[in-house]
Structure formats: structure tokens, C-alpha cells
Design a protein around this ligand. Structure first.
Ligand SMILES: [Ca+2]
Ligand SMILES: [Ca+2]
Length: 194
């Protein structure tokens, strides 16, 4: 029969329909889509990226740090349909944002990444969690001086936007804060290119 054999031998290919869809949803050319597609299938032959693989990728990019928590957050944010796996469409939308997104888009995405309970507001606890997570990612979990420095920066900016000082930041405020402060932006913006 050989049915399963021939199934295995099929080289994955994008359908024209999927290409059109991805061209519409991203700023990628067909050539770029194909390139990402082949890279993606090399790592994920079944077309799905698992959380375990994803964490592994992060470990390679940040060998010094403890990436697990951060990578898990990124994974959940990319996994738009909450299937527990990242398919190629989800992957490409993420790459489009990272490679071609403007600052505003990236900051909006960063906000989603950090707004763990998805209520549209970053609280002080969430912010402290973020800072700890990013420090761990960089292998500086115990760098209290850096943490204090960032909190000081952030507090200074919050004071401008947050009149009653309860330190609840909306998405708009977050974008405004980060776009006005290079130091915070660099710290808080997720960066995949390294
Ligand atoms: Ca998914
Ligand atoms: Ca929240």
C-alpha cells in the first residue's frame, strides 16, 4: 500500500490561499513568506511549535539568563487561538511584528505581553514581575541596583501620567511612557533579533 510512506514523503508547501492570506495580514513578500516557511518546517516538521521548543530557542538566544518565565509569556501572547501550539500563521504574524512593526505596534504588543491577567491595566505588581522577568532573561536576576534604577525611572514617568499615584497604567499610557524614554523602551521592548 505504502499510504503512510507517501504521506511522510510529502514536502510541506504553502497553498496559494494561505500565501494570499499571509500577504494580506503581514508586510511580507511572497519570497519572505516562503523563506520563513521553510525555516519553520525545518525546526517543526509537523507544522507546530511547542512551548518546549520555544523555550529552547530562547535559551539559545539568551544563554546567560533564566528564560523560562519570559519565553512562556511570549509563547502565550503569540498563540492567538490558545491552542497550546504556535502554527505557521501565528509564527509569521509574530515575525512580521518583530521585523517590520513600527514602535507603536511593538509597544502595544509589549503591553499585551506584560498584562498577564488581560484586564487592560498594568499594576505595580505586574510591573515588578516584568522587571524581574526581564532581569532574569538577561542573567541579572540579582542585580538589585539595576532593578532600583528601572523602578526609579518608571516611578518618575508614572508620576506624570498617574495623578493619584496608584500606578495603574493603561495601554496608551504604557506606549506614551516608553516612547518618551529610551532607557525604559530598551528595557521593556521585547527583542528577538539577538
Ligand atoms: Ca495556536
Ligand atoms: Ca493587568
Amino acid at each position: 500500500m505504502g499510504a503512510s510512506e507517501s504521506k511522510k514523503a510529502i514536502k510541506p508547501e504553502l497553498s496559494q490561499k494561505q500565501i494570499e492570506y499571509l500577504k494580506m495580514r503581514t508586510r511580507m513578500t511572497e519570497e519572505e513568506i516562503q523563506k520563513w516557511f521553510h525555516g519553520f518546517y525545518k525546526d517543526c516538521p509537523d507544522g507546530l511549535l511547542t512551548q518546549k521548543q520555544f523555550i529552547h530557542m530562547y535559551k539559545q538566544a539568551f544563554p546567560e539568563g533564566d528564560v523560562t518565565q519570559y519565553a512562556k509569556r511570549v509563547f502565550v501572547t503569540f498563540d492567538k487561538d490558545n491552542s497550546g501550539k504556535i502554527d505557521f500563521n501565528e509564527f509569521l504574524l509574530a515575525m512580521d511584528l518583530m521585523e517590520k512593526g513600527n514602535l507603536e505596534e511593538k509597544l502595544r504588543y509589549a503591553f499585551e505581553l506584560y498584562d498577564v491577567d488581560k484586564n487592560g491595566i498594568l499594576t505595580r505588581i505586574e510591573i515588578e514581575t516584568i522587571i524581574r522577568m526581564v532581569l532574569s532573561l538577561r542573567g541579572e536576576a540579582n542585580n538589585d541596583r539595576l532593578k532600583d534604577d528601572i523602578m526609579k525611572h518608571l516611578n518618575g514617568f508614572i508620576a506624570k501620567f498617574d495623578e493619584n499615584n496608584d500606578m495603574k497604567i493603561s495601554q496608551d499610557e504604557f506606549c506614551r511612557i516608553c516612547s518618551q524614554d529610551d532607557y525604559l523602551r530598551e528595557f521593556l521592548s521585547p527583542n528577538f533579533s539577538s
